[in-house]
Design a protein around this ligand. Structure first.
Ligand code: GTP
Length: 388
């Protein structure tokens, strides 16, 4: 035994050292490869002297609010297709959901001699599709007059008339341009996305970022939904797929106005084309949340003018969306409507009703949960989708 000891002890030391090295070294290397969790932007500056003093809406830096952080996530970058022409998918989606609107209208109109009951049935069909009483009555009157005056009974001709009247009702003259160009030199376009809970705001911001990237635009996302913990992660995931950074708060429940402000500030500093700001879902009867929305609008405007305020409405909620639309219109100065989940309803008439209620156009529609299921709205394509 004493003969073995002199070489056994060094051997044990070598084996132990080897085991320790095998455990520690790979961990150290792995840690060195990890990107930092977050990348803090410069501390937000005060706006220029002379900016409007507003005691009830302190500037983000005065808020003891969050210090928003910008997260850039490295992952394979996707190259989405441009959005033009996507609305044709509506026909397929509606066909799958058994769109009764177009089918029922055409079934009645193809009858030989249209009676009073037939016209009532047509009007009822339009009402069931959420067109709204006023517009439904207008369409029936216009169609009735044309059918009578022109003495048309051929189903194909009646169908053409119906198509024309529906297009007129949806109003092809409305300007549906999405305003994403900066309103002033050196400022990005700023798009604020608002609406009640679960309508699809975050999803829409993510899809819209893809549309803009497909157009070759540089985009920054602002995760001003600090109310729902997972919303910022959800948004960041959308952005990272197309190489778009997300400015977010470093803690839940932070001041959303501060995050929105920092996102726009960051976008301006980076010289991007568009900043898209997601906000928390809010009920139109919750005064505090609606005040908060007003504050976001005012604070963001100090950094750059808002170029578009999009109200996201869930098409499946039908007429309930009308009251929401009106209140948001008053508080947030809505300039365009995004109607989501149009794939999940046969009641496309809500397009007409909501445009009438707000006097602003539907600019985009959601046609599904897929990343590229957001389509620019077009009156004729929409009606063709409904009529099948
Ligand atoms: N079928 C369908 N689902 C959609 C569409 N747009 C959004 N969704 C789904 O609607 C659900 C809610 O979407 P979110 O984007 O989380 O809604 P949100 O308005 O941000 O929600 P809050 O932050 O809670 O207010 C998700 O499951 C989306 O996939 C659409 O056009 N069609």
């Amino acid at each position: 035994m004493t003969d073995v000891l002199p070489w056994l002890i060094p051997l044990i030391v070598v084996v132990v050292l080897g085991a320790v090295a095998a455990y520690v070294l790979p961990r150290t290397r792995r840690d060195a490869q990890q990107p930092p969790a977050v990348d803090r932007p410069a501390v937000a500056e005060q706006p220029a002297a002379g900016a409007v003093a507003e005691h009830e809406t302190p500037l983000p830096d005065d808020d003891a609010g969050p210090s928003p952080v910008e997260a850039r996530v490295a992952s394979p970058i996707e190259h989405p297709e441009p959005a033009a022409g996507r609305l044709v998918r509506l026909r397929d989606r509606l066909a799958r959901s058994g769109s009764p609107l177009g089918a029922r209208l055409l079934a009645v109109l193809s009858r030989d001699h249209l009676t009073e009951d037939d016209w009532d049935e047509l009007e009822e069909t339009l009402l069931l599709a959420d067109v709204g009483a006023g517009p439904a009555g207008e369409l029936i009157d216009a169609l009735r007059t044309r059918v009578r005056v022109q003495g048309v009974s051929d189903p194909a001709a009646v169908r053409t008339m119906l198509r024309e009247e529906l297009i007129a009702l949806v109003d092809p003259t409305m300007d549906r341009t999405l305003h994403t160009d900066g309103a002033e030199p050196g400022t990005p376009g700023v798009v604020l996305v608002v609406g009640v809970n679960g309508t699809g705001k975050t999803t829409t911001v993510g899809k819209l970022a893809r549309v803009l990237v497909a157009e070759g635009k540089a985009v920054v996302l602002g995760a001003a939904d600090t109310f729902r913990a997972a919303a910022a992660d959800q948004l960041q995931t959308w952005g990272s797929r197309v190489g778009v950074p997300t400015v977010r708060a470093d803690r839940d429940g932070a001041d959303p106005a501060a995050v929105a402000f920092d996102a726009v500030k960051q976008g301006k500093a980076d010289g991007v084309d568009v900043v898209l700001v997601d906000t928390a879902g809010r009920l139109q009867n919750k005064a505090g949340l609606m005040d908060e929305l007003g504050k976001i609008t005012r604070v963001v405007t100090r950094e750059a003018p808002l170029t578009e305020v999009l109200l996201v409405l869930d098409a499946t909620t039908g007429q309930n969306g009308m009251q929401q639309a009106r209140v948001f219109g008053e508080v947030a100065g809505v300039t365009g409507i995004v109607l989501t989940k149009l794939d999940g309803t046969a009641k496309g008439g809500i397009v007409v009703a909501v445009q009438r209620a707000l006097g602003v156009p539907v600019k985009l529609v959601g046609l599904g949960e897929g990343p590229d299921d957001l389509a620019p709205f077009d009156a004729a394509q929409f009606v063709d989708g409904i009529l099948g």
